[in-house]
Design a binder for this molecule. Structure first.
Ligand code: FAD
Ligand code: SF4
Length: 512
């Protein structure tokens, strides 16, 4: 007898959810692989395998804990047109009198489930994951309004009493970002941790994906290195606190061509575990603050830099997403229309910085934040790439890409397509930034000092082309306008030569 059918989505693998505090023979949990989820964008093969493996492991753990669970594979759901069709079938087959789901974090699934018509009552539960409750979001975020992360972050620090000394921030400073923008030194390279990688076999999942002709990007050689259950996620968290947190803040903006483990550097790689809810954000923040209290190597600047990402940025982008959906998905402030070059899917470009960021993305379904923002994102911004295409690329390629976090980061932070709802300025940079933050330029076919000529770093002229295209708006932005002083002082012929070279780069983008 099934009284209640409960749906668990692929990013709702939260073992601590109140649903599981009691065992009830009359409740049947459904964990289902679905063609609609493999096809709404072209995903990386590691992302497909990661989600399906984690879902399977979750279903198994629930069953071991005594819950009734049905894990449905693509083979079992092949005839269900979409998620509502599957739910209707399951309700009818089991004779359930009630259907329950956790509120999805993606607008797409949220709309689908809210519109669901069933012959039995439906109830929506909270996913019990985020620090800010869903119904509190409107108090902090308004549609179409410009918000800023820093005041929001301070409120969160106070509210959750993290790194506080009474009403004041510990150390009397809220933000240590200014101390935390260092390139890797040779000494720092010696401290780079060997990334903790798992060896999760996914052959049967791969075979299933092939059998159902699921198209994908990227590669997967052998086992899956990403964590697929809570104990692996906790091991990754412990590994991060021991081996990377002592340097996290200082080098969070660093880039590297040559350093060992340059794809992970001092980053945590916890985003997949967090976004699938195998880890709770507060337990991650607590682990970092405990490390700060117990480990002399972890300074306040390092732990604050990390806490800000989770307590601040992660919750903040979610607020921007929900306040502005569904309009956010189509915003295109700069009316950008260009297609991304084909080498975004192969990494075959002569630009060392882009080659590496794209290859890491293809090889690991991961690139660290600065590669996403200041390398691939910056290039897409400078060339005026269509945000729809940029969004699809980011949503597909990364193991942690779920729309509520991917879209505000891509459209908002990286492409400024929301016209400044999320960030106060476009993150546009020339080759000088890349050169300052890492060693790519020393290993590049292009010369980072040149703006014109066949060996000139394309980012230099493209940067000025971008600034020139949008000068009316950007010259009034207090965080950007000073760069125009240097530009306006250049002789007209020099400016024109730079713009002409940028146009050549745009016309020959596939060959760069
Ligand atoms: P760390 O550098 O170790 O940071 C720790 C944690 O902080 C992350 O795991 C993440 O949960 C959180 N965090 C850090 N920065 C952000 C941020 N800007 N927004 C939200 N959370 C943040 N993050 C995703 O989780 N999914 C995405 O699809 C995604 N797409 C992005 C697209 C672009 C264009 C950009 C610029 C950023 C994107 N980010 C995304 C944010 C960030 O780059 C990743 O969270 C981070 O790189 C994940 O790696 P990590 O776990 O090693 O992070
Ligand atoms: Fe990138 Fe330009 Fe440096 Fe080459 S020279 S690595 S393209 S910034």
């Amino acid at each position: 007898m099934v009284r209640t059918l409960r749906l668990i989505l692929g990013d709702q693998l939260n073992l601590q959810h109140s649903w599981y505090q009691q065992r009830d023979e009359a409740v049947l949990y459904i964990v289902a692989e679905l063609k609609q989820e493999t096809g709404y964008v072209r995903h990386h093969i590691q992302k497909l395998c990661g989600f399906f493996a984690a879902m399977e492991a979750f279903a198994q753990t629930l069953a071991e804990q005594g819950h009734r669970v049905r894990h449905l594979t693509l083979d079992d759901t092949a005839d269900d047109q979409d998620l509502p069709a599957l739910i209707r079938r399951m309700v009818s087959e089991t004779g359930a009198c009630q259907f329950e789901y956790q509120r999805p974090d993606e607008y797409r699934l949220f709309s689908q489930l809210r519109a669901l018509q069933l012959p039995v009552p439906t109830a929506e539960a909270d996913s019990e994951h985020f620090l800010l409750a869903f119904n509190e979001l409107p108090e902090h975020f308004r549609a179409g309004c410009r918000h800023r992360m820093e005041p929001f972050y301070r409120k969160m620090r106070k509210r959750f009493d993290v790194l506080m000394a009474g009403d004041k921030p510990l150390g009397d400073k809220w933000n240590y970002d200014a101390d935390n923008r260092q390139a890797l030194s040779e000494d720092a390279c010696l401290d780079l941790p060997v990334p903790l990688c798992f060896a999760n076999p996914v052959d049967t999942i791969r075979a299933r994906l092939a059998r159902h002709q699921v198209d994908h990007i990227g590669q997967l050689q052998g086992d899956l290195l990403w964590p697929i259950n809570r104990s692996q996620s906790l091991a990754l968290l412990t590994h991060f606190c021991r081996h990377a947190l002592p340097w996290f803040g200082r080098y969070q903006d660093a880039l590297s061509e040559q350093a060992p483990h340059n794809w992970s550097l001092f980053h945590s790689r916890l985003s997949f575990s967090l976004n699938t809810k195998m880890l709770h954000p507060l337990e991650v923040v607590e682990a970092a603050t405990v490390a700060f209290q117990q480990d002399d190597r972890v300074s306040l600047a390092q732990v604050e830099g990390f806490v800000r990402q989770i307590l601040g940025w992660r919750e903040y982008v979610r607020g921007i997403y929900w306040a502005n959906m569904p309009d956010y998905a189509t915003c295109n402030h700069f009316a950008a229309r260009r297609a991304l070059p084909g080498w975004f899917w192969t990494g075959e470009t002569k630009m060392a910085c882009l080659r590496q960021a794209i290859r890491h993305s293809l090889d690991y379904a991961y690139a660290h934040h600065i590669q996403r923002l200041m390398i691939t994102g910056n290039f897409a911004l400078l060339i005026g790439a269509n945000p729809d295409e940029v969004d699809a690329w980011y949503l597909g390629i990364y193991i942690d890409a779920i729309e509520w976090v991917e879209m505000p980061n891509t459209r908002g932070m990286s492409q400024y397509a929301d016209g400044g709802l999320l960030a106060s300025k476009p993150y546009a940079a020339s080759g000088a930034y890349v050169n300052r933050m890492g060693d790519h330029c020393r290993h590049c076919r292009y010369n980072v000092r040149d703006k014109t000529g066949c060996h000139a770093c394309p980012l230099n002229s493209l940067y000025w082309h971008f600034m020139d295209r949008h000068d009316r708006e950007l010259a009034t932005n207090p965080r950007i306008r000073m760069v125009f002083r240097g530009w306006d002082d250049r002789p007209e012929a020099e400016r024109q030569a730079i713009l002409d070279h940028a146009q050549w780069c745009l016309d020959n983008i596939e060959t760069l």
